[in-house]
Design a binder for this molecule. Structure first.
Ligand SMILES: Nc1ncnc2c1ncn2[C@@H]1O[C@H](COP(=O)(O)OP(=O)(O)OP(=O)(O)O)[C@@H](O)[C@H]1O
Ligand SMILES: [Mg+2]
Length: 209
């Protein structure tokens, strides 16, 4: 079983959007996927309750470090949707994850805000040799200077930047509100999530068991 945690204490950075769509994307590739909602606001749980094809979704308990590994008999991939604010749950999520995705909107303030989670990941990597981490540019507006320069700004942290980004598209909030993924729609957002799914599966299968 592989575990992907979508973390960034910056509120509204796109964690739930990426976690829910990625979980559906991986599920559609034939993997058994669970979504773990680590946010007290419970957005992912509400999303899951609204949809028909949503992956099994669990509200995280304090004991993530016991409860996530316990899913390994039933699921191939677990996606954890993190909370705004660096709660204890986020620290536990870093411990149980193989890969951390850090959604960042293209703005200086959003990039700086990611430094807290990077510190936690680095501290864990020093003692445990993992997890792997990658930035995902979220809500990019095409043809803006910020969208063009963000890759360089993120790469300066020495962390991988995924090739896939999500563009600023109305399909995302529409799907989130309806218990759907953007894969249920056609168009650019669906292409983005297909591409994200491929990139993440590649990273998960290439990192050590
Ligand atoms: N690519 C996008 N295009 C347009 N809207 C988006 C995009 N990504 C996210 N949003 C919208 O922005 C808002 C915040 O996104 P989301 O809930 O995914 O962020 P979050 O990091 O989970 O927030 P929180 O920290 O509150 O949990 C939501 O209304 C969502 O629908
Ligand atoms: Mg959220």
């Amino acid at each position: 079983m592989r575990v992907v945690a979508v973390l960034n204490q910056k509120g509204g950075s796109g964690k739930t959007t990426i976690a829910t769509n990625l979980a559906c994307g991986v599920q559609r590739r034939g993997y058994r996927v669970a979504l773990v909602d680590a946010d007290p606001q419970k957005t992912a749980s509400e999303w899951a309750a609204r949809g028909d094809d949503t992956p099994p979704t669990y509200e995280a308990t304090k004991d993530l470090e016991t409860n996530v590994p316990a899913l390994s008999g039933s699921f191939d991939v677990v996606v954890i949707d993190g909370a705004p604010r660096m709660t204890e749950l986020a620290t536990s999520a870093v411990k149980v994850a193989d890969l951390i995705l850090i959604p960042v909107q293209p703005s200086g303030a959003d990039i700086w805000a990611a430094e807290d989670i990077l510190d936690i990941i680095e501290a864990r990597q020093k003692v445990a040799g993992g997890p792997d981490a990658a930035f995902v540019v979220s809500r990019a507006v095409a043809q803006t200077n910020l969208a063009a320069t963000i890759r360089g700004a993120l790469e300066s942290y020495g962390v991988r930047v995924l090739d896939t980004r999500t563009g600023h598209r109305v399909a995302y909030p529409e799907a989130l509100g309806a218990g759907l993924s953007v894969l249920d729609t056609s168009g650019k957002a669906a292409e983005e999530i297909e591409s994200l799914t491929t990139e993440v599966i590649d990273l998960l299968t290439n990192s050590n068991e």
